[in-house]
Design a binder for this molecule. Sequence first.
Ligand SMILES: C[S@@+](CC[C@H](N)C(=O)[O-])C[C@H]1O[C@@H](n2cnc3c(N)ncnc32)[C@H](O)[C@@H]1O
Length: 265
Amino acid sequence: MALHNNPESSNPYTGKAATVLSYTMMHPGQLRSTQQLIEACHMAKGHLVLDVGCGIGRTACYLAKNFDCRVMGVDLNEELVEEARRRAYKMGLQNRVEFKVANVQNLPLESNIFDATICEAVLAYVPDREAALREMVRVTMPGRYVGLNETTWISRPPSPAVLAFVEDTMAGAQFLLASEARALMEGAGLDNLTLFPSEKTSMLNEMSAGMQSMGLRETLGTLNKMVHAYVTKPALRGTLKRSLMKPSDMMDYVGYFICAGRKPA
Ligand SMILES: C[S@@+](CC[C@H](N)C(=O)[O-])C[C@H]1O[C@@H](n2cnc3c(N)ncnc32)[C@H](O)[C@@H]1O
């Protein structure tokens, strides 16, 4: 798969389809992988957490609601940040969750302030991953954890259908490998590393886990938003349709890993 020289121009999340796409994609492992990340980062009640590449704010709001954390979510895409703010407001979490437009490679945030910094399914779109890790480590308090829940190839080469899907609907995505994550973490000076891969799952399991983690109300709301986008935005119809037509063998090749490390005290 080609790595685009200017991934920001090919990043599907910076385009007009971003908000619509964000309804169809949550990271592999759904809520379960997020919970594994939370554990790997030793998060506790009341922590101040940074979620980089927060998308529509699902994890940020989950942390605020279920762990009583205060959360800052940052994302490159303004529309997604707006959607995340709406979500926090609807859930009554606006006093505990804040969202900002920002690039993980150059965070407009002070050093040494977060109890944990997390990143889920983002680094495939980031051109300078060393800079991203450096920034995540910089803003984290000494003695606290930085964690990744990243989409990866669990088997290669992927089937032609999966490769075509990833190239078509996730243009520019270059999945990080677990070995690369370990090197990045070590290169950024983190210690006490934990790294573990996902279990293999199926498309059906992923979809039902996704719906379970969203709950009935949000699942119906999401379907409603997709239908609305389909009807009112003819230009996005093709993208939306193609994004929903995930190959049935997708999860034979695509999974995730969790990798977390501590910033030395
Ligand atoms: C696959 S989505 C994941 C969203 C969310 N973390 C989740 O797991 O549901 C990737 C997100 O990364 C964001 N992103 C991509 N490059 C970024 C960058 N350089 N800085 C900040 N966010 C970025 C995109 O806008 C998008 O919201």
